[in-house]
Design a protein around this ligand. Structure first.
Ligand SMILES: [Mg+2]
Length: 138
């Protein structure tokens, strides 16, 4: 995938395969100050993380090609020795019990349940990225 490298180090990366959820994410993420990129599977999420060095990743769990759990594990594996750790918030369907433990075990820092709640999403972004100082960089 080709990523816009001008937003490297100051964007949010979101991996989500469902079109409706992608639209919700797009609408919601447009309301905040940071640029964002939406990819549609775990493999692209790993690629996007490598290319863009995002300040935060929203990771859907159930995705084709590479699921969110695998992608989180891969990113955590590749981070070893770099001294860096990107905050990852996993997104999962409410109905699937046991998901939360799996996500945290894989290396997610937070989890949000679906359906996506725009307010909670924006709250999480503000909380994790300290938007006021990030805004100064932009
Ligand atoms: Mg999915």
């Amino acid at each position: 995938m080709n990523f816009d490298l001008s937003i490297k180090g100051k964007c949010i990366l979101s991996a989500e395969d469902n079109e409706v959820n992608q639209i919700v994410l797009e609408h919601t993420l447009s309301e905040q100050d940071l640029p964002f990129v939406i990819v549609s599977n775990g493999e692209e999420a790993v690629e996007g993380w490598q290319a863009l060095d995002p300040v935060l990743i929203f990771m859907d769990i159930s995705m084709p090609v590479m699921n969110g759990i695998e992608a989180i594990k891969k990113i955590r594996e590749l981070e070893v020795g770099t001294g860096k750790r990107v905050p990852i918030a996993a997104l999962t369907a409410h109905a699937l019990s046991g998901d939360e433990a799996r996500m945290l075990e894989a290396g997610a820092d937070y989890y949000l349940t679906k359906p996506i709640n725009p307010n909670l999403l924006l709250q999480k972004i503000a909380e994790i990225t300290d938007t006021s100082s990030t805004r100064a960089i932009l």
